[in-house]
Design a binder for this molecule. Sequence first.
Ligand code: PLP
Length: 422
Amino acid sequence: MNPTPLLEKARQLRADFPILSQAHPSGRPLIYFDNAATAQKPRVVIERLSAFLATQNANIHRGVHWLSQEATHLYEKARETVQHFLGAASPEEIIFVRGATEGINLIAQGLRRAYFQPGDEIILSTLEHHANIVPWQLVAEELPLRLKPLPLTSAGAVDVSALPDFLSPRTRLIAITHTSNGLGTRTPIEEIVAFAKAHDIPVLLDACQSIVHEAIDVQKLPVDFLVFSGHKLYGPTGVGVVYMRHPWGRKLPPYQGGGDMIVRVTWEKTRYAPPPAKFEAGTPAIAEAIVLATAIHYITDTVGYDFIQAYEAYLTDLAEALLRDVPGLTLYGTARPRGPIWSFNIEGIHPHDLGTFLDSWGIAVRVGHHCNQPLMDALGVPATARLSLAFYNLPEELQTLQEALLAAVEFFHKPLPSLRHE
Ligand code: PLP
């Protein structure tokens, strides 16, 4: 493959991200490799947020005045943008929430009140982010429910061959990540959805780390629920999406009560609005939802998933080759297909020390447990360093990372000078 056209496009796109041309306080160029935590924002997103607040801001769904009608129109257009982005059948299936965490809590609490029975079981996986563990534990403590995490293969992917053994007559949901935020490995979700459909079990897909790297169409991948966060998809914080396939939105009760989610309130009884309003109590993140639609248009129309896939595949091969050349480096989870996210440790260097050392080189990586403590337990490590890439990262940044890692090996393995005076 000739990477030149891909590299040219990556360099052009990178210029859309003002934050990336800043220098680090060390004077070195800033190298941002913490994209799985949150992505940087292109200028169109920054400017759209500012323009909305400067010229279009009003509360929605309530006003008869011009600004309110305009803001309502934009907010509902944003919902349609997300609908088409995911291939959802109707805007009713798209609920704006604060983020994936709130989205999973909304689904968990809804299922708890309208679906689960004591003793039911949920299949998850060892890869789950805490956001797809703790909301179920909260429900499990009350009912109770049993949570059954699928194991991993030796290469760090979800072991789907274990699925038949995990199934029982009490299995009522499979809630699973699409791409691991810790290891980058991609769950064989097509197989899991086919298995679930064959056994009439609904599936919740945590698409936080996959939707950034691959297009998802809920008609081709017929999950029942899907969540993602706007800020990881080059949009603002404070907004995320729940896709809830019809008729789940009709079956589940509201998550929160308040304004905008009702048809009629009396002291005796309140009638709820149909979905999605039923799940959007109070003033939502209006500006952020509208700007998320701008981010989605930027990704689909300006960047393009074909480019993202091709360029990130090139970066993936390069990153793995460069990391493998660092003495004492252990890569956790090497399975393919994968997203461009890697966890690693270097023998004799604590990941937090490594993170601080890399920061002195202007390189931002994440260190810690990555909200993946059960995964860390399975790997037998307390923490890792995590490299996560976006389409604006460049090969020379990966070269600098390798140089910095080699320098870290030398620095941390240098014998300490003797303190004894002869
Ligand atoms: N799920 C996965 C796989 C994630 O990576 C994250 C965030 O890192 C979340 C859920 C939670 O997202 P948020 O904190 O935006 O709600």
